[in-house]
Structures are given as structure tokens and as C-alpha cells.
Design a protein around this ligand. Structure first.
Ligand code: FES
Length: 79
């Protein structure tokens, strides 16, 4: 949450109440992530930019060694 990556606002600090941490996860890593749970799926309906394949709320991604090299694209806006 404190990485200060330009384009990832993360206004709620990871509490899953803002959807301003929306990212597009690139393959092959998108397919390796566990599917979003119901709460994340619900908040993905409130992203400022349209969702597309690979859309995730970055605050919910549990980083592991297997995800080394994970790359995301940022949406054009978070608000
Ligand atoms: S930081 Fe708010 S939902 Fe991810």
C-alpha cells in the first residue's frame, strides 16, 4: 500500500472500499492468481475505467515468489 506507484491511488489503504487500486494484470500471471473473491468482484463494478480481462484490485493480490515478474498495466484513470 505504501509503494507510492503513480497511477495506483489506493485511497482506502487496502480496505477494499475504493477500487482506486485497479490494475490490469498481464498474462501469464493473471491466470496464476486465485480468482477474485466476492468482495473484490463487487468492488470491481466501481472502477473508474472499464474492467477488462486481467482486471484486479491490486490491494488484494497476495504476492508470492511464484508471481515474481508480475506486470500490470494501469487504467487511464482511477477516479
Ligand atoms: S486500495 Fe481501496 S480497494 Fe484496493
Amino acid at each position: 500500500m505504501a509503494a507510492n506507484i503513480a497511477g495506483i491511488e489506493a485511497d482506502c489503504g487496502g480496505l477494499l472500499t475504493c477500487a482506486t487500486c485497479h490494475v490490469y494484470v498481464r498474462e501469464p500471471h493473471a491466470a496464476q492468481l486465485p480468482p477474485p473473491d466476492g468482495d473484490e468482484r463487487g468492488m470491481l463494478e466501481f472502477t473508474a475505467a472499464p474492467c477488462r480481462p486481467g482486471s484486479r484490485l491490486s490491494c488484494q493480490i497476495q504476492l508470492t515468489d511464484a508471481l515474481d515478474g508480475l506486470t500490470v498495466d494501469l487504467p487511464p484513470n482511477q477516479h
